[in-house]
Ligand binder design. Structure first.
Ligand code: NAD
Length: 476
């Protein structure tokens, strides 16, 4: 049990699973097989730092191997525990199924406060942790492929990839052992922004459906809507930046670890992010009102609430006070099972984590494919595409001149039309397509079945059915 007398994170995920699986006609044996976590490896290792040996505890949990490799991030935080890693690994299984990424679910974590160590120390710790996982095939291009999560990013992924390459000198696919690497070290354009970008695409798709908006009592487009974001880290920052700069959403409050900031006219996300980077928090930010109790802003009025920091922040203790009619779970597990029940009764629409933050694993999938094919997306076709477009434009211009039609192309059209898609454009296109497709798979279940009242159950139904199908086709 966690605070507010609620189930733990893993129990919460299991309870949500149970609520959904009732709607499916699976044998109890298969149901159990899908729900349980296959294995969790715990490792304790020592690293000599600052003249003394420090012992660290890490985990790598494999929830389901119905498809391999299994996939899931590595988190660095003091709160990391076996329960948390197992909950996150289960969510990865369902997440991959929802977005049709051909992976099982896994997750890793290291109990560490990354802010207490400098870059060189973190490299030593990361390489040692990676060594322990690699030698047990818990990092491996064909079996288990980590990615960034809270407290880790491109830098840590590059160290892990290099550690794997050193230990597997003849593996031609070594780079595919981890995703979220920097582009110069085998990464892919658009991976850093992918989860936040996915949140944006998820919201855009939601706002394309009048029936869905009506369920939340909303109408119109994203333009002019207000949002509150919790956590301006990788996911929250990108989501807030794209929604405010490209879709006209007004971010009226941001909640960080040291408090919150409010501005009714809308926060400048880029400016705020710079302040946070330099000052390690939002306290003292001059262009907004500071609120000491940041979490209280989860209860402030807005159209869209975007929890993008950590799990369990909306619970039995505060769910009844949430005023937003729409919540997008950019973080994993931000709403507890108890909180979810209260919000549903209030009619709040929740776009669930397993879908809302699946942009990261989607682009990780593209990166993994790129690493295995040893070629960047667009390299073969880009110039050929441009040449064909050029032909068409020249033909139009010739026709106009020959027939004296006086046609002129709109300003900027030629440049935009002639430019062939590079890797970033292709990644965004693939991500957009994935987020639209997955949303529609969920909403078909949501609207198509009388016994399904919310998007979370719909998401679980889609995910569990797909995992079950894979097991059944294997003859299990
Ligand atoms: P991050 O470490 O980059 O950012 C987390 C942010 O939340 C930081 O700015 C931190 O200061 C802030 N924060 C920490 N505690 C807080 C608190 N109590 N209140 C308010 N803010 C707080 O992590 P991230 O990668 O952005 O991950 C955030 C969430 O998104 C996690 O739940 C993670 O599992 C999930 N997620 C991340 C990815 C990814 O690609 N990085 C993909 C899918 C899901």
């Amino acid at each position: 049990m966690s605070v507010h007398g609620e189930p733990s994170f893993r129990e919460s995920v299991d309870l949500m699973f149970n609520r959904a699986v009732r709607h499916l006609d699976l044998s109890p044996g298969l149901e159990e097989k899908i729900r349980v976590c296959n294995s969790t490896y715990t490792v304790r290792f020592g690293v000599r730092l600052r003249g003394a040996i420090h012992t660290f505890t890490g985990y790598r949990s494999v929830h389901s191997e119905h498809m391999e490799p299994v996939k899931g991030g590595i988190r660095y935080a003091l709160s990391v525990s076996q329960d948390e890693v197992e909950a996150l690994a289960a969510l990865m299984t369902y997440k991959c199924a929802i977005v049709e990424a051909p992976f099982g679910g896994s997750k890793g974590g290291l109990c560490i406060d990354p802010r207490q160590w400098d870059a060189h120390e973190l490299e030593q710790i990361t390489r040692r942790f990676a060594y322990e996982l690699i030698k047990r095939d818990l990092i491996n291009p064909s079996q288990n492929v980590p990615a960034p999560d809270m407290g880790t990013g491109e830098r840590e992924m590059a160290w892990i990839a290099d550690q794997y390459a050193r230990m597997n000198t003849t593996d031609i696919n070594a780079r595919a052992c981890v995703t979220g690497k920097p582009p110069h070290a085998g990464g892919i354009q658009g991976r850093v922004e992918a989860t936040g970008r996915g949140v944006q695409y998820a919201l855009r798709e939601f706002f394309r459906h009048a029936e869905d908006k009506a369920k939340a009592g909303l109408s119109g487009g994203l333009e002019g809507k207000t949002a509150i974001v919790q956590g301006l880290g990788n996911v929250g920052y990108h989501a807030a930046k794209f929604l405010s700069e490209e879709d006209g959403v007004r971010i009226v409050a941001v909640i960080e670890h040291d408090g919150g900031v409010v501005s009714e006219s809308g926060l400048d996300i880029e400016d705020l992010r710079q302040w946070i980077t330099q000052n390690r928090g939002v306290r003292g930010y001059p262009r907004a009102t500071f609120v000491e109790n940041g979490a209280s802003l989860l209860e402030a009025p807005c159209d869209i609430l975007i929890p993008a920091a950590m799990e369990g922040v909306i619970h039995r203790g505060n769910a009844a006070n949430v005023k937003a009619p729409l919540i997008v779970e950019a973080a994993n597990g931000p709403v507890t099972f108890g909180g979810d029940e209260i919000l549903r009764r209030k009619g709040v629409v929740i776009i669930p984590d397993m879908y809302a933050n699946a942009g990261g694993v989607t682009v990780s999938y593209f990166e993994w494919v790129k690493n295995l094919s040893h070629i960047r997306f667009g390299r073969m076709q880009r110039r050929q595409e441009e040449a064909r477009h050029e032909l068409l434009v020249q033909e139009l211009e010739r026709l106009s001149a020959d027939k004296g039609l006086g046609w002129t192309l709109s300003p900027g059209f030629k440049e935009r039309y002639l430019r062939g898609a590079g890797e970033l454009e292709l990644v965004r296109s693939g991500l957009d397509d994935t987020m639209r497709g997955a949303y529609n798979a969920m909403r078909e279940v949501w609207h198509g079945r009388n016994d399904v009242e919310d998007l979370r159950v719909a998401a679980y139904i889609v995910a569990i059915s797909r995992v079950a199908q894979t097991y059944q086709s294997k003859g299990l």
